[in-house]
Design a protein around this ligand. Structure first.
Ligand SMILES: C[S@@+](CC[C@H](N)C(=O)[O-])C[C@H]1O[C@@H](n2cnc3c(N)ncnc32)[C@H](O)[C@@H]1O
Length: 349
């Protein structure tokens, strides 16, 4: 608590009616910038709402070894934790070019990083070569791609990624274009949906879940919200409709379905393939690459691309087995348990 009467008190949370806050903004004290609330959440090994804890930060800094004057590319700015640490190390004289599909979160992050040498571009990392051209950079000394979704995106119910908070079935990282999850699901046939659930989510009950979802979308009242979709998945699995995630270390029964739909809606594998194709051309001689994956499909793609580059000689070194986060980091941040860090360094000439 802030006991010193001379210290400014954090602003009061908006009052809510009833015994349980329902709206996201009312629910989490840490969202109001209360430093004590943030500290308590971190102590519990959880991520404060509206924030993202950067994964394998020390390992990434050690490998990229950014130096003053270097030009770096962070393909996935997110909350900016990695970018911030990199930008502090390339100053003076260097810069971090930072990309993200999510212009809403990018605006918040760039405001937070004001004063550091960071240049943001709200764009897809599949087009990273074009961004470097616009920035007048012939290549970069270091590149990071921390794939997937951020905690802020998962936490904000209005974005439609959340299993826990009810929101519209959206799931787009870039809400200015493309089909929402509801639009993507409507009219999809059960076989193609089952294939997506299996390949993108490793969903063991892919066929049953896909059939239930397609039938729900053909019904007179199709699912409109994340909670509606969770109910359909639980019913397909024969589970109680009130089933909840019991611990941060045990995934919710609908988590794999949500992951697969999110990956399909955002064309995540296509974007990763596009980045991997241009990766060597983005790097200056001896430039270093760090890629954080969160899913077996991503790992397979990254490993294959790095192996090909090792064989052809574009990479001088590359790790083909992704490194895991330490047990201490996993205990602090359960979202790091599925992370695998792949690294490569461009040949010197
Ligand atoms: C795991 S978060 C990055 C977190 C960040 N490293 C940090 O320390 O806060 C991944 C971010 O990548 C973004 N993203 C995912 N796919 C993208 C793509 N194809 N192009 C650009 N950004 C993308 C997401 O919107 C999200 O903000």
């Amino acid at each position: 608590m802030t006991d010193d009467p001379k210290l400014p008190r954090p602003p009061r949370r908006p009052r809510y009616a009833g015994t349980h806050p329902r709206r996201f903004g009312e629910k989490y004290k840490e969202l109001q910038g209360d430093p004590d609330a943030v500290a308590r959440v971190l102590e519990r090994g959880q991520t404060p709402a509206g924030r993202h804890r950067s994964i394998m930060l020390d390992e990434i800094l050690a490998f990229l070894a950014p130096e003053p004057g270097a030009v770096l590319l962070d393909c996935t700015l997110g909350y900016g934790g990695h970018t911030e640490a990199l930008a502090e190390r390339v100053a003076p004289g260097g810069r971090v070019i930072a990309l993200d599909l999510d212009r809403t979160e990018m605006a918040r992050t760039l405001a937070r990083l004001d004063g550091l040498p960071v240049k943001g571009h709200a764009t897809n990392f599949a087009g990273a070569a074009k961004v470097l051209e616009l920035e007048g950079a012939s290549g970069v000394d270091g590149l990071l791609a921390d794939l997937g979704v951020s905690s802020m995106q998962l936490d904000r119910p209005e974005r439609g990624f959340s299993l826990k908070q009810n929101g519209p079935l959206d799931m787009r990282m870039d809400q200015t274009r493309g089909k929402s999850a509801a639009e993507w699901l409507a009219g999809r046939d059960a076989a193609s949906l089952a294939d997506a659930l299996l390949t993108l989510g490793d969903e063991p009950d892919a066929e049953d879940v896909a059939l239930a979802i397609t039938q729900a979308f053909e019904s007179p009242s199709p699912p409109r919200t994340t909670r509606d979709l969770v109910r359909v998945v639980l019913r397909a699995k024969g589970l109680d409709p009130k089933t909840k995630q019991t611990s941060a270390f045990q995934a919710h029964p609908a988590a794999r379905t949500f992951q697969a739909i999110r990956m399909a809606v955002n064309r995540e594998t296509d974007n990763l393939d596009a980045l991997l194709r241009v990766l060597p051309a983005l790097m200056l001689p001896a430039g270093r690459v760090a890629l954080l994956t969160f899913h077996s499909g991503e790992e397979t793609r990254v490993r294959a691309a790095l192996e090909k580059g090792l064989d052809s000689g574009v990479w001088a070194t590359a790790t083909l087995t992704g490194a895991k986060a330490t047990l201490a980091e996993i205990a602090q941040n359960p979202r790091s348990r599925s992370a695998r860090l792949f690294t490569a360094s461009r040949a010197a000439v």
